[in-house]
Ligand binder design. Sequence first.
Ligand code: KIV
Ligand code: ZN
Length: 506
Amino acid sequence: MTRKIDIFDTTLRDGEQSPGASMNTEEKLVIARELLRMNVDVIEAGFPISSPGDFESVRRIAELAGDDAVVCGLTRAIEKDIDVAADALKYAKRPRIHTGIGVSPSHLADKLRIDEDTCVERAVAAVKYAKRYVEDVQFYAEDAGRSDYDFLVRVIQAVVDAGATVVNIPDTTGYSLPEEFGARIAYLMANVRGIENVTVSVHCHNDLGMATALALAGVRNGATQVECTINGLGERAGNTAMEEVVMGIRMHEAELDAHTGINTREFTKASRLVSSITGMGVQANKAIVGANAFAHSSGIHQDGVLKKRDTYEIIDPADVGAGASQIVLTARSGHAALKHRLEELGYAFEGAELDKLYEAFLNMADKKKEVYDEDLESLVNERGREEDALYVLKGVQVSCGFPLKPTATVTLADPEGAEVTVCEYGTGPIDAVYKAVDRIVKVSNDLSEFSVSSVTRGIDALGEVTVRVKAANGEVFTGRGADGDIIVSSTKAYLNALNRLLAGKR
Ligand code: KIV
Ligand code: ZN
């Protein structure tokens, strides 16, 4: 059995420190419920002395969690902070006070303006003071990532001797390289007496984009608790993202000798929840929970994934609560991806038919970034319409604008296959096109309806035009056409209606 790694979630404390991400108590409770569903081991619910709101959130989350998770409140190494945190945690079934102090040369000299001895004294005093309230006391050595190795050993030894149950080694500024941070943890494991009796925690920031790698390096070298946030929310560039570190551990369980108890199927939901409550969007290419995390765009990748998912996908999307893998149809997609998607939509195309459709698809994909299901459906319908057509559209061009006279040039292939081109003026470009079509097709009719709608979303959406024409005998024929160019869809729609009228006449 591999080592169990505790997941300490700090979305509600460090995550909330992210500029613009502040949450009210009700919102924090919603997230806390989700964290409990995910089965996190520890919830850092806030910094009680920082505001009445934080105090209230810690108090209410402590009540909510009951036995299901440890609930933790942050403090500085100051008695008043610890008193207030203890008060907020008064009704917690499993309370933890998280106290600590800066330990790097920069924090000692420039922030705290104290020497090393004073730092150790304050650290020990804070742990002992917190122990008067709760058994479970976690100590953080702020900016440990930039601290002197031997001074760090000295501080951690002192707080372990003072009764700390958990020692948190943060890379507060996200400065370290993973190997170096791992070596720091290994050094503590080798040099602090009794460290095997406490939990070693890692808390990493993402200033160099390495927060997850740092946390995993910590785990590899002896840490058994990881501090993290949903979506990697947190101060500046954020904290280790829970979904990344947990999936990293799951994918490499044997090498890391580690597992977690997290219900990973909640990840996508939790990510959306946190993003909608905080208003902090998730980048599309974000690992695990980004919109594109399971989307395959290139033809080669799509072909591989369709043959066997794991050719290009290391995680089953269902394992993180994401929908099925997505095949995004673009100009780079191949026959296999198009055929597969069409089959999912209920169409079976093979051989030459598929080739024809693929050609039309490529034409469309060249003009659009992405081809959606609705686009494909209209493409299939379009082909059906062309199949029975007596007159086939070969080209249409308009010139219009102020003060030009709207003019259209239309080329159609007639039922014998001969191409005919005519030019016409009109009151508007579509009127000009329809007059030109009339001159070639020569069938009397009355245009009784014309409507345009967008088939898909975005500026490059297909426009679908529907027209109704009334034949001389009063019979009404409907025509449809879809294209990225509204003039082309209008022409196709009109021609489709006239072709049907002529076929009906026949
Ligand atoms: O980054 C950090 O060092 C912290 C501590 C308060 C744990 O958030
Ligand atoms: Zn932090």
